[in-house]
Write a protein that binds this ligand. Structure first.
Ligand code: IVH
Length: 666
């Protein structure tokens, strides 16, 4: 055996371990990917020459190794128990009461609360600090050996930071975070393979791969939440144990809380619930564990679950109900959206009676029929959605949904342009579109006129007081004060708010008009290029196409909007009323980004997207929203995907966030 080789191998182990930890766990690498690869290959070369020096904790074991023929069964030395489920405060309070009775105790029980991760339970066996085996939970008694697969998960240490003599059986959850899950499904789609239904299935499917190289390519993560036998650790409580596991280099979830009383547990639950949607990974509840191990021991276990813990699940965010009807709503741009009218049902604590069906392709694809029992889902704050019909629940009386051929509001024939998913009413005088357009004008996305929200705009439209944008600026306090829901004070406030918005920035005004394809970005392009409303309204389609960032559709739509006689009348009247949108003072030319059109993709490290866009505009550049010939630079953050690929293929200049920031200094 070669001594220098052995020494260098151990040195490489240490270096690679440290840099992987910095990269994956601390998110703070000190060497480049290339330098890491060099070290890694040096190790692989040495191990090929001296195979006897390969150890189970070598970082080289992370790449997978040879595929297995089949999984080997392993018995857990201590059974891996499951958890009893609870729903709502009452179940938790009943759990606490049971424990107090069982322990014959009146003093509060100290608890630890941990997020309940939605993944796959595994056991990692460390012998004298080295990971020697890993397995799935299986039925709790016997699992499958997946050591090679688990070793490919970067955050799982192959060697503990401190040597713990003898066996340490660590338990925890392998999971896939939301980003990793959507990236994996994107790849699956591109490769023509089926997508995974949820991160849990994706994690399980990735781990139970006979070929560990497949597992290695999947973005899996791990959190440790316990050990088989706490006695060997010398810890007295679950909280201490979690701290020890963390010190040993095992990832422990940072939303773990120590709770002195049940009040703390209740507030910990509320807190977790409120954070749930903003977490990068899915959780389905909170695990409450009695903190002191001596109390845990006294409580013991039932057949499958310990008495000292409970999985307090979040209320279901799915429910089934009946699809009673479909309403067709006409939006600001004439888009006709089918909306499901449902028998009211409680979905995760909220009563739901309407849900979006997006468009006709969607309800055809899902084969939804009137009278169907349907599965409804609410994902956080977003609008509830109909997932699918329950086919088994059909009795033959269900009626297929038909897209109307006329606008449900103005009876104008509907049209679905080639290649678009959306059916529209193209009647510019359609009442539904007008009221929505008017509400948009005063809304936050428009001029943001305080006191003229959707509800009031609808009222004023119904009463015939506001029929056009110009009517907003001819309102008087007298006209409003006597209306239902209004008074002297609110009328005066609204008039003052309107007055205050008579000289809006040009781009804001343009975006408020609700011209199709003109959002905030296009509106500021127009402002920068033309500088005044009269110039914008005089521009031809060809003039508009000259502008970097404005495509065919937007150019056509803008030109059509401003040649329309109704628009011309409105603008003339607004001018009479003293409404004068103003462009920002002339921008100096020759700014660092003058002439550049920049697109951001991926996650930026220091800037938010809005900040980045503001920097571009502030330095004379323009923002692109797609990779097109007009693009000059692409700034790629972390996890950049298809846009980066496309830009590279088109030979565009690709910048890192740092390089972009440097450009601004020039
Ligand atoms: S403790 C004896 N802690 O939930 C204690 N389990 O329903 C057994 N799980 O099989 C588990 N997060 O897969 C525990 N912080 C956590 C957990 C957790 C997720 C899973 C685990 C277990 C299942 C039980």
């Amino acid at each position: 055996m070669s001594l220098p080789a052995k020494k260098r191998i151990l040195e490489l182990h240490r270096l690679l371990r440290e840099h992987a930890h910095r990269y994956y766990t601390l998110d703070d690498p000190t060497i480049s990917d290339g330098e890491y690869d060099l070290l890694f290959h040096e190790l692989l070369d040495l191990e090929e020459r001296f195979p006897e020096l390969i150890t189970p904790d070598s970082p080289s074991r992370r790449v997978g190794g040879a595929p297995l023929k089949k999984f080997t069964q392993v018995d857990h030395r201590t059974p891996m128990l499951s958890l009893e489920n609870g729903f709502g405060d009452d179940d938790f309070l009943a759990f606490e009461e049971r424990l107090l009775r069982y322990l014959n105790r009146t003093a509060p029980i100290p608890y630890v609360t941990e997020p309940k991760l939605d993944g796959l339970a595994v056991e990692l066996v460390f012998q004298d600090g080295i990971m020697v085996q890993g397995s799935t939970r299986g039925d709790g008694i016997t699992g499958e050996e997946i050591s090679a697969q688990l070793r490919t998960i970067p955050v799982i240490p192959l060697r503990l930071k401190r040597q713990i003599a003898g066996l340490l059986e660590v338990r925890g959850e392998v999971f896939m975070d939301k980003d990793g899950f959507s990236r994996l499904n994107e790849e699956q789609t591109l490769a023509g393979r089926p997508v995974f239904a949820n991160p849990r299935n994706a994690a399980a499917g990735s781990l139970r791969q006979l070929d560990p190289a497949v597992t290695a390519a999947r973005p899996l993560k791990f959190f440790a939440y316990g050990v088989a036998d706490p006695v060997v650790t010398g810890c007295a409580t679950q909280f201490e144990l979690l701290r020890l596991l963390q010190e040993l280099g095992l990832p422990v979830n940072d939303l773990t809380r120590r709770c002195a009383t049940i009040q703390d547990v209740l507030s910990s639950f509320r807190d977790l619930q409120s954070k749930r949607l903003s977490l990068g990974y899915e959780i389905d509840g909170m695990v409450v564990k009695v903190d002191p191990f001596d109390l845990q021991d006294r409580l013991g276990s039932k057949a499958r679950a310990p008495r000292w813990a409970i999985a307090w699940k979040f209320a279901a965010t799915q429910a089934t109900t009946r699809l009673i009807d479909v309403e067709f709503q006409v939006g600001r741009t004439g888009a006709v959206t089918p909306v499901a009218i449902l028998a009211p049902v409680n979905v995760g604590g909220v009563m739901v009676s309407r849900a979006t069906l997006h468009n006709q392709d969607e309800f055809r694809r899902k084969d939804l029929r009137l009278g169907d029992t349907v599965l409804v889902q609410r994902a956080g704050d977003v609008i509830p959605e109909v997932i699918k019909p329950i086919i088994d629940g059909r009795d033959g009386t269900e009626i297929p949904i038909m897209m109307p051929d006329r606008c449900p509001v103005c009876r104008h024939p509907l049209d679905r342009p080639e290649g678009e998913a959306v059916t529209r009413c193209f009647n510019p005088l359609c009442q539904a579109q007008r009221i929505r357009a008017l509400s948009h004008f005063t809304s936050k996305a428009g001029l943001d006129i305080e006191g003229l929200g959707k509800k009031y705009m609808e009222q004023l439209f119904e009463l015939g007081i506001i029929r056009d944008i110009q009517d907003i600026f001819s309102l008087s306090p007298e006209k409003l004060a006597h209306l239902e829901g209004w008074g002297e004070k609110s009328a005066q406030n609204v008039i003052a708010a309107i007055e205050a918005k008579k000289h809006p920035p040009l781009s804001r005004f343009l975006a408020a008009l609700g011209i199709r394809f003109v959002g905030e970005v296009t509106a500021s392009l127009l402002e920068d290029h033309f500088g005044s409303i009269s110039e914008v309204s005089a521009a031809s389609r060809e003039d508009l196409l000259e502008i970097n960032g404005i495509g065919e559709q937007a150019a056509t739509s803008i030109a059509e909007y401003f040649t329309d006689a109704t628009t011309r009348d409105m603008l003339a009247r607004l001018q009479e009323l003293g409404v004068t949108p103003a462009a920002k003072a002339d921008k100096p030319k020759n700014l660092p980004l003058s002439g550049y059109t920049i697109l951001f993709t991926g996650t930026l490290k220091t800037l938010s997207r809005d900040e980045a866009k503001m920097l571009v505009r502030g330095h004379g550049g323009q923002i692109a929203t797609t990779v097109s010939s007009k693009l000059t630079h692409l700034v790629a953050g972390e996890k950049a995907g298809s846009k980066l690929k496309k830009a590279a293929e088109l030979g565009k200049t690709i910048l890192s966030e740092e390089a972009f920031l440097e450009m601004l200094q020039r």
